[in-house]
Design a protein around this ligand. Structure first.
Ligand SMILES: [Zn+2]
Ligand SMILES: [Zn+2]
Length: 133
């Protein structure tokens, strides 16, 4: 009879430990946390990592000049240059990057946002920044 109680206590302790572990793990995996995005500001021309609020579209608020003019770098797989897609003004007066960005250096559409951590996107040069509309 004593053994059954010991086994029962052991199971309870294990369950408690597992609960503590998974609780801590889910606390670390917070998807709503802002992501750091390598960007360049079209207003003050600073290259800067901006905190990208989850689900928010660029341009982001520049930590240096406080304007919403920080745009993520893009990368072209054809000419291997870094660039910022052209911007346009929408009807509500907001500035938005083009919907289908093309490389401002060679004009192709074989592009994606630049993630230096990927290790496969090594820029050969930086295209001139677009003007603010
Ligand atoms: Zn700025
Ligand atoms: Zn290109």
């Amino acid at each position: 009879m004593k053994n059954y109680i010991l086994v029962g206590v052991a199971i309870l302790l294990l369950a408690f430990a597992a609960w503590r572990l998974t609780g801590r793990r889910s606390g670390k995996l917070n998807l709503s946390r802002p992501v750091l995005q390598p960007a360049v500001c079209l207003n003050c021309q600073q290259e800067i990592d901006v905190e990208r609020p989850f689900g928010e579209a660029p341009p982001y608020k520049c930590p240096a000049c406080d304007q919403r003019t920080a745009c993520p770098w893009w990368y072209c797989y054809d000419c291997h240059w870094r660039f910022v897609p052209e911007l346009r003004k929408t009807e509500d007066g907001r500035v938005r990057p083009e919907g289908n960005p093309v490389c401002t250096h060679c004009g192709c559409a074989n592009v994606s946002e630049w993630y230096p951590a990927s290790g496969t996107q090594t820029p050969m040069g930086d295209a001139p920044l677009p003007h603010l509309p």
